[in-house]
Design a protein. Structure first.
Length: 145
């Protein structure tokens, strides 16, 4: 797999970006972990179009760790930011505690949810002030002792 440097439409550069397999030759994998860079949303964007920046993933992961969770990215990062939070420690707080901590740390508000999903998962949508893409957070339940 070739590793390359990509220049996005807004002039930012991402080094260490790996192309996807031949099944998706016009896409690239998102950035360098943990400083994730979203792929461009529009392949033929209008001149001057700049895709909105992503939220501070280091702050998201730090907040999740403090609440006893591990958070992973899931999805394309194009329309929104899809995250999955899994309880990781015996001291993990419940879903409401994680949502409150994320809202406080990210200067966000809950705009949808909680919605109950299969297998006990809870989904909420957060909107970070000054950020245009919603953050969809799916929280796995804490297992019974």
């Amino acid at each position: 797999m070739n590793i390359e440097t990509v220049t996005y439409q807004n002039g930012t550069k991402a080094t260490g970006v790996a192309p996807l397999p031949d099944s998706a030759p016009n896409e690239i994998c998102a950035g360098v972990w943990p400083d994730v860079i979203a792929p461009p949303r529009y392949e033929n964007a209008a001149p001057g179009w700049v895709d909105p920046a992503l939220p501070d993933f280091r702050l998201i992961w730090k907040t999740a760790r403090e609440c006893g969770y591990s958070v992973g990215i899931h999805g394309s990062l194009k329309r929104d930011v899809d995250l999955i939070a899994a309880p990781w420690t015996d001291e993990a707080v419940g879903a409401p505690g994680l949502v409150n901590a994320m809202c406080t740390a990210l200067n966000a508000r809950r705009v949808d949810g909680p919605e109950h999903k299969p297998h006990g998962r809870v989904a909420v949508t957060l909107q970070i002030d000054g950020y245009y893409k919603p953050l969809d957070l799916s929280i796995l339940p804490i297992a019974a002792a």
